[in-house]
Ligand binder design. Structure first.
Ligand code: C5P
Ligand code: MG
Length: 189
């Protein structure tokens, strides 16, 4: 099994590059942001709670996200492995994922960390807000909150994988093709 993490701040290109990675490496995409948005669209009670958090740019509690990830992995065992996109977002989630994969006799091979500065991210997110209409991309204050949460709670997840010698920083600015080239070089090593 090839299990990878694509990591980075909101707007760094995780979703876009995940699509390239699944085609080339035959792994399954697990995007926690997409799973959460699916739950919102289903109109469930849980979806309503999630919507309040996401639309304000806040994180959904660890336990809720972990349940969704475990569910997805259990139902999608047949493949080649997974690309985790948008997860883990806290050290608690990273530790939990390590234990879960260990029970399956597996592990994360590498964490690809897309490096993009805040100024560029703000520009990209506002552009995506206009184009795709995601509520959390449409308000400067919410964008600012998401970047702050990234810096205070999520960025430290890099240290978790650095200590395990699995963290690979990749320059996330450039064309989609250029960034994908860099990612492939890192994975193939
Ligand atoms: O990963 P993505 O940027 O698509 O996530 C969108 C939103 O979903 C985040 O801003 C956050 O509100 C929520 N989320 C979360 N915990 C995760 C992944 C996403 O709270 N592990
Ligand atoms: Mg995404």
């Amino acid at each position: 099994m090839l299990n990878l993490i694509i990591f980075g701040p909101p707007g760094s290109g995780k979703g876009t590059q995940s699509n390239n990675i699944i085609k080339k490496y035959g792994v399954q995409h697990i995007s926690t942001g997409d799973l959460l948005r699916d739950e919102i669209r289903s109109g469930s009670e849980l979806g309503k709670q999630i919507s309040l958090l996401i639309d304000g740019g806040n994180l959904v509690p660890d336990e809720m996200v972990k349940t969704m990830v475990e569910d997805f992995i259990t139902k999608n065992q047949a493949g080649n492995g997974f690309i985790f996109d948008g997860f883990p977002r806290t050290v608690n989630q990273a530790q939990w994922l390590r234990n879960l994969l260990a029970t399956l006799g597996s592990e994360i091979k590498v964490m690809i960390s897309l490096e993009v500065d805040d100024q560029e991210l703000k520009k990209r997110l506002a552009g995506r807000g206009k184009e795709l209409g995601r509520p959390d991309d449409q308000d400067d204050e919410i964008i600012r909150n998401r970047l702050e949460i990234y810096h205070t709670r999520t960025k430290v997840v890099k240290d978790f994988y650095r200590k395990l010698d699995k963290h690979i920083p990749i320059q996330g600015i450039g064309t989609m093709e250029e960034v994908f080239e860099r990612i492939c070089t890192a994975i193939d090593k």
